[in-house]
Design a protein around this ligand. Sequence first.
Ligand code: FES
Ligand SMILES: [Fe+2]
Length: 399
Amino acid sequence: MYINFWYPIVKSEDLGIDTPERAKVLGVNLVAFRDADGKARVLSDTCVHRGASLGGAWSMGSAPRIIDGCVVCPYHGWEFNGDGECANIPSIGYGTKTPPRAKVDSYPVEEKYGIVFAFLGDLSEEERPPLLNVEEYGQEGWHANEILVLEVDYNYERSMENGLDPAHNEFVHPTHGHAGKYRDTYRVREYDTEDHRQGWGFWFNVTMDTPPLPQSDHETAKGGTPWGKEKTERSLIRPGGGTYGPNAMATYITLTPEKMFRQYFFEQPVTENKTRIFFLNMRNFMLDPEKDAAIHARNKIIAKQDIDILLEVTPRLTPMTNTREVMMPADKAILAYRQWLQKFDNNGWRIDTDAFNEKNGIDSAYTIPSPGRKTSGNWVLDTIPLIEGKIDRDQEATA
Ligand code: FES
Ligand SMILES: [Fe+2]
């Protein structure tokens, strides 16, 4: 897991104006709330007074949890504004100046695509990787489904790699695979990857030779090619996909030259072993919102097929060396993803999860460093341990 990227925190519609929402991301507790202008704010959840959870249990019934744009700690009523500064400490009298150490980390927030994202790291605005731009979002001729959040009990990198894996479709998804039934024709053609135009990741298109899908009536399934060149007995599906940062991914599904699904996955690593996937499904056909429910239902069925496999993959973390797996040309995108992770390793952004797990919540309450730490001192909590220097990762080897 890495600091210094944008992570989904909560769906916009789940963040009301009256109540804070907690989220655990990268193993660390965060609290989100809306300030007096309705703007989403995200803070470290651990109160620097005596460690209560700012978004946690509240015994005060209908008393407000958010006052003047500040979230109120449920233990002794300290009030923290969206910048993380403590505006009031009731025990010294409301309106009395608070000490400079009475502050928590506050993270940059962008609310887009129906999701509240926070930049979890301390890079300045100029240094930060931008949030992935979904160019068709809000454009005429495109429709977005409501965000689907999938909660899964496995590592987010395993989840990302599954989305980059063209060879699993044939065997995991009865909706678009045949379990190897067409043994003489099936294969995944070799493909190349290229860097994403925004940097921070890559893109690939892959051609898979598959037989027509008897249960489907779309043009591809009848034996034409989506882009109208060769005509063949077999249909060719040519999905594309790519990554952006360690935790964002897209899949383009081209049904015909005119009909596409563009699916975006913003992954929230809760811990190393638990992930919440914020799934944005865009389409440029069947634009009637009444079709949303059916598309959600189908996506959930397909997701379940992946989840059942991924729950049983061993080891639970992606291996740091490719010699522990036998990679094939179809796995090229997975290697490209790991090479990008290596770049993030080299930046010193990888969390030292062993050190973190040993102490966090026991005798330390770690927080993720925020940009404010670059401009002021006097911070109370220790920042999450990171792995500095060279990481022993061998991602060059291929079969
Ligand atoms: S622990 Fe938060 S106000 Fe005391
Ligand atoms: Fe899948």
